[in-house]
Design a protein around this ligand. Structure first.
Ligand code: C2O
Ligand code: CU
Ligand code: CU
Length: 561
């Protein structure tokens, strides 16, 4: 899509400092002039002399090449970071990987990140999971061009947790993440430190992705409408950017910090020997107590903190983490057509929901000492429905699926299209409900957008398709719904129709407790969550973290005011 904006208007907003909020509340005649959905460009943020950073990082996005498979190196897009100021352990490179270095921060730190780009397309970086001001959140309005830079300044308010940094430009998030622009953020705090969890060489980040390579080892990415509708699926699993990932360990406990960095693929993680997975944390940090699961579902954008204890295992013993078989996350129509999932149409196959290895662990060192799993991990306040500002009127997040469109609240993404239900009073706790609608795509409101660009056009067709309810059911699929800003708590998951075998194949893999920012919503499921909207006003996105869906417009903004 073209970015066309009258330069004098752009300057007007920059000079008056009216900024982001001005756009959200533009009078309607001005909005009409802008054209719905066209993304204006805001002036990049500059360093503030009053912000005294404890940590400062230069972060560069640029095209690069990396050897992934034997033979020819692969062209990728990559984050490069340089520590300007702060503790030496702030940056940890992952050797031989296209992934960005692991960024390690401490709660309370003041952080400045100077992002610059050498990409030939707009980009902007988002700190997935971090609670930062709207201006610092990587909204696509702030995308920068080649040669430009954007300065982020924020204080780390998050508790100890694993988070993600990745691009968030309009309509191009998936492709940039797929081509390599993603990295892990680890936040530490006092509460976590007291537990003396495995750290240093015993704390291992594990970023799981799937890719598709051509015969010259180059990445193939989605072109088809089908790839956008279902999400794009590769046939090679990479961990930390490496194929056939294998880890040598000592016979003791480890902490695996797992992140699903795929654009669409959902995993059902399980140890091959059927020993339970011990989960100590999720997206927003540590659970109150460890939980033991036969398997864990991990959707794009979700994180998992796993206690992996190899003590008592002999040298030479091996353990494999697999994705086990499951069904029901893709539309029935597609599952039938593809013989059990996507991944089959490029000649090779790795269907979603098939059974395949992800990485292996090999015990190569015997040690006598290993830390014990703490019984109590953390405390956090449990939100009650009675604490919310809207106990009987949850904020709706309606998922709708049409043959050519995936939508939230019936409308495609537009930066200047906040619905009344998307205006959230500042400093409140909100009850929210995520659910599926079938048939009916939110009325005529979106007709206005139909004449601009391909995406709106698809929205229009989706609306028509969605009208025939039966079709809607056939299109129903799982969506990892992500909300920017503070983490939420899950209050209830309800299945509105019988889920049958499909649901049975995934239902024991959800972590109920803890703090979340990304949540896999299965077909027919309705989920209630409570989310705080504190500290910062402005526009905060929520979207499907199936990144192909996000880019086709399955994204909206909340305006906190
Ligand atoms: Cu991980 Cu809005 O993104
Ligand atoms: Cu995010
Ligand atoms: Cu989706």
């Amino acid at each position: 899509m073209k970015h066309i904006i009258n330069p004098s208007r752009r300057r007007f907003f920059a000079q008056t400092g009216a900024g982001l909020l001005a756009y959200a509340v533009l009078p309607s005649w001005l909005q009409a002039m802008e054209g719905m959905g066209e993304m204006p460009k805001m002036a990049p943020n500059k360093a503030s002399p009053n912000f005294h950073a404890d940590v400062e990082i230069d972060l560069l996005c640029k095209p690069s090449t990396v050897s992934i498979l034997p033979g020819q190196p692969t062209r990728v897009q990559q984050y490069f970071a340089k520590l300007v100021k702060g503790p030496a352990n702030t940056l940890t490179e992952i050797p031989g990987s296209y992934l960005g270095p692991v960024l390690r921060f401490e709660k309370g730190q003041k952080i400045r990140i100077n992002l610059s780009s050498e990409l030939d397309e707009p980009t902007i970086t988002h700190w997935h999971g971090l609670h930062v001001p709207a201006l610092m959140d990587g909204h696509p309005l702030y995308a920068i061009d080649k040669g430009q830079s954007f300065v982020y300044e924020f204080e780390m308010l998050n508790r100890a947790s694993m988070n993600i940094y990745h691009p968030h430009p309009h309509n191009a998030t998936a492709s940039q993440v797929y081509h390599g622009l993603v990295g892990a953020i680890l936040v530490n705090d006092e509460e976590e430190r007291r537990l003396e969890l495995p750290d240093g060489e015993y704390e291992i980040p594990i970023v799981i992705q799937d890719k598709l390579f051509d015969a010259q080892n180059q990445l193939i990415y989605a072109g088809h409408m089908r790839d956008r509708m279902m999400g794009f699926y590769g046939d090679r699993i990479l961990v930390n950017g490496r194929p056939d990932f294998s880890l040598d360990v000592a016979s003791r406990a480890y902490r695996f910090r797992i992140l699903n960095g795929s654009t669409a693929r959902i995993y059902k993680l399980a140890w091959e020997d059927n020993s339970p997975i011990t989960v100590i944390g999720t997206d927003g940090g540590l659970l109150e107590t460890p939980v033991h699961k036969p398997y864990v579902m991990l959707a794009p954008g979700e994180r998992l903190d796993v206690w992996a204890d190899f003590s008592g295992r002999n040298i030479g013993s091996q353990l494999v983490m697999r994705s086990r078989s499951f069904s029901g996350v893709l539309p029935k129509m597609a599952e039938r057509m593809m013989g059990g999932g996507m991944g089959g149409m490029h000649g090779k196959t790795l269907p979603v929901g098939s059974d395949y290895p992800i990485f292996s662990v090999k015990v190569t060192r015997q040690v006598s000492d290993s830390p014990a799993l703490p019984g109590k991990l953390s405390t956090y306040k449990h939100y009650q429905i009675s604490d919310t500002a809207n106990p009987i009127k949850p904020v709706p997040i309606a998922i709708s699926e049409g043959p050519m469109a995936m939508r939230l609240n019936g409308r495609p993404y537009a930066y200047n299209d906040v619905l009344p239900s998307e205006r959230i009073p500042f400093n409140t706790l909100q009850l929210m409900e995520i659910f599926h609608t079938h048939g009916g795509h939110g009325g005529m409101g979106m007709m206005g957008g139909m004449k601009h660009g391909g995406d709106q056009q698809m929205g229009g067709m989706g609306m028509m398709g969605g009208m025939g309810g039966g079709m809607g059911m056939m299109m129903s699929m799982a969506h990892p719904i992500h909300m920017h800003g503070q983490s939420f708590q899950i209050i209830s998951r309800t299945l509105e129709m019988s889920g049958g075998e499909d649901y049975a194949s995934v239902k024991d893999g959800f972590i109920e407790g803890g703090l979340k920012d990304t949540l896999l919503v299965m077909p027919g499921e309705s989920v209630k969550v409570i989310k705080p909207f504190q500290d910062f006003k402005g526009l905060f996105m929520y979207h499907c973290h199936n990144l192909e869906h996000e880019d086709m417009g399955m994204m909206r903004d909340f305006l906190i005011e």
